[in-house]
Design a protein around this ligand. Structure first.
Ligand code: 5GP
Ligand code: MN
Length: 352
C-alpha cells in the first residue's frame, strides 16, 4: 500500500484539521462499500470534532439502512431529492473526500459540482485507472478488497487511532466491516492478507459481525428469492463462448416488485457453472440498461466493460451501461448485442 506512508497520513490529518466544511462523496447507485466507507469516514470525522455531510446521487438501498444512524441521517443530502442543496454542499466545501470511485463521472449528477468546487479533494479508492490529477491527495490501491478496507488502513495509521481499532468507535468499525464484507461477497473474492488482518482487528475490537450478516443477508423480501429463481431458471442464457447472461426488463422488475439492491449478487451465480468464464446482468433502468459483469481469472471483466459497455471497474468485477439509441435501439436488442460483442471480445486476440 504505497500511498499509505507517514507523509501522506500527515497531509491527510492536516487537511482535515484545517477544513471547516467537509463533504463526503461516493459513487452513483451506492452499494455496501460506498455507504460503508462513507459512513465510516463520517463517524471518524464526527469523533474528531468535525461536522461532515454525506452527498449521494441516489438513495441508498434499504438493506443498508442500519448504517444510517439517527444523527447521521440528518447530514445526508441526496441529489435526486434535493438537487440544489446537494450541489451547494459540494460547491461550498473546503474539503471533499471521495470514496470508492476513480473519476468524477462515476457520481453521475454530482460530476458538475465536483468540477466546479474549489475545495481540496482527497481520493480513497480501489478501482483501476484512478484520475489522480483531479485530487490534491490520493490513496489508490487495487490489491485490496474494498474502499472500506483501504480507509481502515489509513485511519489506523492516524495519530487519533494509533493502531488501536477500539478507538474507531463502534459505528465507524461497523461501517468498515460492512463495506469490506459486501465487496468481498462475504469473503468469497478479493480477500488479501490485509483484509483478514482488518477483520481480525475489528472483531477483536468488539464489532458484532453476526448482527451485520443478519442485516445484510437475512432481511430480504420473499419476492427477491422468487425473482432469483425465475432469473436462473427462465432468463439465463449461455453462449458457445461461455458467457452467461440475463436480461432483466422493467416489466419483470415490476412483476416481482424489485427494489434497488434486490438483484445484488445475482450476477455472480452463473460463474458456478464449470464452462462459464464471464457472467453479465443487463438490467433495464429508466432511459438506459445497467450492466454488471463478473469473470473468472484469465478473463477481464474490466476490459470487456471498457470496450463494449461504456464502463470499467476491477479485473473480475466491472460494470457499465448501454444507452438507447446510441448503443442499441431497445431492450429487445440487448441479448444479441451481448452475444456479438462478447464473441468478438473473447476471440479477438487484440482484446485478450
Ligand atoms: P456492480 O456490477 O456491482 O454494479 O459493479 C461492479 C464494479 O464495477 C464496481 O466496483 C463498480 O464500481 C464498477 N462499475 C460499475 N458500473 C460502472 C461504470 O459505469 N463505470 C465504471 N468505470 N465502473 C463501474
Ligand atoms: Mn468498492
Amino acid at each position: 500500500m504505497k500511498d499509505i506512508n507517514s507523509g501522506n497520513i500527515c497531509i491527510f490529518e492536516s487537511m482535515i484539521d484545517k477544513a471547516e466544511h467537509i463533504c463526503i462523496v461516493t459513487h452513483m447507485k451506492p452499494d455496501g462499500d460506498a455507504i460503508g466507507s462513507a459512513t465510516a469516514m463520517y463517524h471518524f470525522l464526527s469523533n474528531s470534532g468535525k461536522s461532515p455531510r454525506i452527498i449521494l446521487n441516489d438513495p441508498y438501498p434499504s438493506y443498508l439502512s442500519f448504517l444510517i444512524t439517527p444523527g447521521l441521517s440528518e447530514d445526508i443530502y441526496i441529489f435526486e431529492d434535493q438537487p440544489e442543496a446537494a450541489s451547494k454542499e459540494i460547491i461550498d466545501s473546503d474539503l471533499i473526500i471521495c470514496l470508492d470511485f476513480n473519476a468524477f463521472h462515476r457520481t453521475d449528477r454530482l460530476e458538475r459540482p465536483l468540477e466546479e468546487s474549489e475545495g481540496r479533494k482527497i481520493l480513497i479508492d480501489h478501482h483501476l485507472n484512478p484520475a489522480r490529477e483531479l485530487f490534491d491527495l490520493s490513496f489508490s490501491e487495487t490489491e485490496i478488497s474494498s474502499a472500506s478496507e483501504l480507509l481502515y488502513h489509513i485511519l489506523r495509521n492516524t495519530s487519533a487511532i494509533g493502531n488501536d481499532a477500539t478507538r474507531l468507535g463502534e459505528k465507524c468499525a461497523q461501517s468498515l466491516m460492512t463495506g469490506m464484507t459486501t465487496d468481498t461477497n462475504n469473503f468469497a473474492n478479493s480477500v488479501f492478507p490485509s483484509t483478514l488482518h482488518m477483520a481480525s482487528d475489528l472483531l477483536a475490537a468488539g464489532t458484532d459481525r453476526d448482527f451485520i450478516l443478519n442485516r445484510l443477508y437475512n432481511q430480504y423480501s420473499e419476492n427477491r428469492l422468487r425473482l432469483m429463481g425465475h432469473m436462473m431458471k427462465d432468463l439465463l442464457k449461455i453462449t458457445g463462448d461461455g458467457v452467461a447472461y440475463i436480461v432483466l426488463d422493467r416489466y419483470t422488475q415490476e412483476e416481482y416488485k424489485t427494489a434497488e439492491g434486490d438483484t445484488e449478487g445475482f450476477v455472480n451465480m452463473p460463474l458456478s457453472i464449470a464452462d462459464v468464464r464471464m457472467s453479465i446482468l443487463a438490467k433495464e433502468d429508466n432511459d438506459r440498461i445497467r450492466i454488471s459483469i463478473r469473470s473468472k481469472k484469465g478473463t477481464s471483466a474490466n476490459r470487456c466493460a471498457r470496450a463494449y459497455f461504456n464502463g470499467g471497474g476491477h479485473e473480475n468485477a466491472a460494470g457499465g451501461r448501454l444507452t438507447i439509441p446510441e448503443d442499441i435501439r431497445g431492450i429487445n436488442e440487448v441479448g444479441e448485442y451481448i452475444e456479438r460483442t462478447t464473441h468478438t471480445f473473447l476471440n479477438d486476440e487484440t482484446h485478450i
